[in-house]
Design a protein around this ligand. Structure first.
Ligand SMILES: NC(=O)c1ccc[n+]([C@@H]2O[C@H](COP(=O)([O-])OP(=O)(O)OC[C@H]3O[C@@H](n4cnc5c(N)ncnc54)[C@H](O)[C@@H]3O)[C@@H](O)[C@H]2O)c1
Ligand SMILES: O=C(O)[C@H](O)COP(=O)(O)O
Length: 532
């Protein structure tokens, strides 16, 4: 059945065309995002949800989205999506991090001019036939200092434009390197320094716990008298009541506000103050940007739903459409290795070490680790996948480490998982042969070559004669066919293991019978998901 996508915000029709071209059924309901109850009632029908900022993908919506696999944000900010809730449910959240950066930077620059020259008010006055030439005295921006808070994709474009406008640009961004600052022609400063020196301040950070309310009464007090503030990032970066106070007192000479703490903002204390220019979250609203983000999000979501490729995901490592087919068998391998140890371990796991040897070390190991972790914890948590596994493992306080090394043995490459719990350490290694099927090649240091089947039986025993016959006889007695039988031992007469690939699951009576022989130390039925 074709995957089904709901577009619940006003995306360009290009998105719909691209979904259809990629064989995806699509419902285009540009106003549904604003109707929470209706959205809630239909969301379970969809594999994908394409949104802008109006749709709020809350925990409640995500819980109701029982078939959802991907949320695609045609734009940048994903603060309208409950990412932890999506991750826990195994839903990928992706955005389009560059599609509207230039457009939004241009909006910030437009705000800069609009506020410096009071253009909206002068426009309204002129349209009203007032000709108030003396009322609207502006300020030049040439030679003035622009303070940029957050110098990422959008902040950088703003910086380059402002440098071109002959402004002196200072930037505060903990992740801005000295080289990048030099390349942009900006001076990297501390936040208080920026507050003290800037004539104009423009915000371009994401909204998070560190940036929420970054413009407040205390920070405004540190600013120059007559500072002008532009916010085209997120409303909650500014404590709006404090900005209103600053504007009323004259400390802040003007503000350009595109985003509000509550949207849609139909009633704000910022409205109708002199020299406050407001726009209704228009930063990304140009034809060009909307085409870009619609096209990108639809391609990304289609690639994921039809090919398993992951691009620009917030909660999952990227997998390109090119690498997805090559990676797929190794994702399955990592998952069955994790699953083997997960099924063998009855006590809490403390540490997991994942070794990538040879060719596997050159692959997308983040994706392989996610797959191994999903396999590992699936016996405890059924509803887990590559998206939710890392978060669940972290929540359980399990330490995950990764080792990559050059080819060290006969195999082109293999993956080895070592899992430590309080009382023991287990390890298993595997590889994929040219048929794309996973093979177990080593269990607790003992070499073997075992094809992986849906139903398997793992036994440990002292290396004595008669084990094959013993297990074969009990299988025959229970009318269970053996597809493959692999043995291994550390040394003659030492510890031995057997791995049987069976055509069906063994019942508990089978295990009891095996153990009752006194010749087998442990017997564990295993089940693997070997489907696509
Ligand atoms: N108005 C609109 O329509 C519109 C359009 C697009 C994006 N946005 C918003 O613009 C903002 C910036 O988007 P972007 O694409 O440039 O993001 P980005 O991730 O490329 O850049 C954000 C920058 O902020 C920096 N940063 C993070 N925490 C910081 C802190 N505590 N102090 C200072 N800097 C910090 C990061 O290091 C990064 O360089 C986001 O909030 C986004 O949602 C708004
Ligand atoms: O984060 C973004 O991309 C912007 O805020 C744009 O939001 P919009 O898609 O609702 O215009």
């Amino acid at each position: 059945m074709a995957p089904r996508v709901l577009v619940s915000d006003a995306l360009s029709p290009t998105a719909v065309e691209i979904f259809r071209k990629n064989g995806i059924e699509v419902d285009y309901e540009p106003n549904l995002g604003k109707d929470k109850e209706k959205l809630l009632s239909v969301i379970d029908k969809y594999d994908g949800l394409a949104i802008r900022s109006a749709t709020k993908a809350t925990e409640k919506l995500i819980e109701a989205a029982t078939n959802l696999k991907v949320i695609g944000r045609a734009g940048i900010g994903v603060d309208n999506v409950d990412i932890p809730a999506a991750s826990r449910r195994g839903i990928i959240v992706m955005n389009t991090p560059f599609g509207n950066s230039i457009t939004t930077a241009e909006h910030a620059i437009a705000m800069l001019f609009a506020v410096a020259r009071q253009i909206p008010e002068a426009n309204a006055s002129t349209h009203a036939g007032k000709w108030e030439k003396n009322r609207f005295m502006g300020v030049e921006i040439t030679g003035k200092t622009l303070g940029i808070i957050g110098c990422g994709n959008i902040g950088s474009v703003v910086a380059m434009r402002a440098v071109g406008l002959k402004m002196h640009v200072v930037a505060f961004d903990p992740f801005l390197s000295a080289d990048r600052a030099e390349e942009l022609g900006v001076e990297k400063v501390e936040l208080d320094d920026l507050f003290a020196r800037a004539d104009f301040i423009t915000l371009h950070t994401p909204l998070n716990d560190k940036t929420r309310g970054i413009i407040n009464a205390a920070s405004i007090a540190k600013m120059k008298d007559g500072v002008r503030i532009i916010n085209c990032a997120r409303g909650e970066l500014v404590v709006e009541a404090d900005l209103v106070e600053g504007l009323k007192s004259g400390k802040v000479a003007g503000a350009g506000i595109d985003v509000f703490a509550e949207e849609p903002a139909t009633n704000s204390a910022l409205f109708n103050l002199p020299n406050v220019v407001c726009t209704p979250h228009l930063g990304a609203s140009t034809t060009e940007a909307q085409e870009n983000v619609a096209l990108q999000v639809a391609e990304q979501m289609s690639d994921y739903l039809t090919k398993g490729a992951v691009t620009n995901a917030i909660n999952m490592p990227s997998i390109t459409a090119e690498e997805a087919p090559r990676l797929k068998p190794f994702v399955k391998l990592a998952e069955v290795l994790g699953s083997f140890v997960g099924q063998m371990t009855d006590e809490p796991i403390d540490e997991i070490e994942i070794l990538f040897d040879g060719s596997t070390a050159t692959m997308n190991t983040r994706a392989l680790i996610s797959a191994a972790l999903a396999g590992l914890i699936r016996p405890q948590v059924s509803d887990v996948n590559m998206v939710s596994a890392p978060i669940m493992v972290k929540e359980r306080g399990i330490i995950v480490s990764e080792i990559k090394r050059d080819k060290s043995g006969v195999f082109d490459g293999y993956i080895k998982l070592t899992v430590k719990s309080k009382t023991r350490t287990r390890s298993i290694a595997g590889t994929c042969f040219s048929d794309g099927k996973p093979r177990f090649i080593q269990i607790k240091g003992i070499n073997l070559d075992a094809e992986v089947g849906e139903h398997m039986l793992y036994t440990t025993n002292p290396d004595t004669p008669g084990i094959i016959g013993l297990l074969g006889t009990i299988c025959a007695k229970h009318n269970i066919n053996i597809a493959n039988f692999q043995l291994g031992r550390d040394h003659p007469g030492g510890d031995a293991i057997a791995l049987l690939y069976l055509d069906e699951a063994v019942p508990q009576a089978f295990i009891d019978e095996v153990l009752a022989t006194g010749k087998i130390n442990a017997a564990r039925p295993l089940r693997f998901n070997i489907g696509a």
